[in-house]
Design a protein around this ligand. Structure first.
Ligand code: ZN
Length: 244
């Protein structure tokens, strides 16, 4: 045997995880990279070349690999591009730049921190591949804090108080109100601008008085939230941007 193929390895390049395999070759004189549809990225490594040298080369070739992969339609990174380094995530109308970092040695749990206008994701080797679970957990926390506070504010204004607030996943609706007075919100709502979130909160609270979309309901809502139509339009147009 003149070559040996490794199991898939991962390296972080430009903040994006790259999965590749290594083929050790006795005949190869220099490091080469092949990208193909069936095998993804294969690094051909001369028999005695160290892995460290190879990792450095891969980092240098990051841009080339990106464009080559695009050309071939090969997916190198996470499923959704916007969660790689340099992409933007909006929270309550504020754009944040995402920065992906590898977790410090010895640490296991991924974490996210907001530093100024950046969202820094410190990810372990598993999460670096699919950033969504970590991001979802973070957004749920942001949503719980924000929607509880916002609901309390609007509840005082309207003098209508819910029994319970649930932050969940609603794909078809951003908010809902049960006859028992439980208001549910989709956590992804916090990716919308604040005035849009306010309109959803006001809408659901108005249902505590009118469990329908009748004239009385809209008269009440229009009085406190005259921008509710604009907010509905925004959600209709931008709903795909609130997905991940
Ligand atoms: Zn409604």
């Amino acid at each position: 045997m003149t070559h040996l193929v490794s199991a898939a390895e991962t390296v972080l390049i430009n903040g994006r995880p790259l999965k590749y395999r290594i083929r050790r070759s006795k005949r190869a004189r220099r490091v080469r990279v092949q990208i193909c549809r069936s095998d993804g990225v294969m690094v051909i490594l001369p028999w005695r070349t160290s892995l460290k040298i190879m990792t450095g080369l891969l980092a240098d070739w990051g841009d080339w690999m990106d464009s080559k992969a695009d050309e071939l339609g090969v997916r190198l990174g996470p499923h959704v591009k916007q969660y790689a380094s340099g992409s933007t995530l909006n929270i309550l109308g504020q754009p944040y730049t995402i920065e992906v970092r590898e977790l410090a040695a010895g640490r296991k749990r991924s974490r996210i921190e907001r530093v100024g206008e950046k969202i820094v994701m410190h990810l372990n080797a598993t999460d670096v591949f699919d950033t969504r679970p970590v991001l979802e957990k973070y957004l749920r926390k942001v949503a719980r804090n924000d929607l509880n506070t916002r609901t309390a504010y609007w509840a005082d204004r309207l003098v209508l108080h819910p029994q319970k607030i649930i932050i969940g996943e609603r794909t078809s609706r951003w908010g809902s109100c049960s006859p028992r007075g439980t208001i549910s919100y989709c956590y992804r709502l916090v990716m919308a601008p604040a005035h849009v979130v306010d309109a959803v909160v006001a809408h659901e609270l108005c249902h505590l008085r009118h469990m329908n979309h009748g004239k009385g309901f809209y008269a009440l809502l229009d009085r406190v939230c005259p921008w509710r139509r604009e907010a509905d339009d925004w959600l209709r147009v931008h709903q795909d941007e609130l997905l991940f």
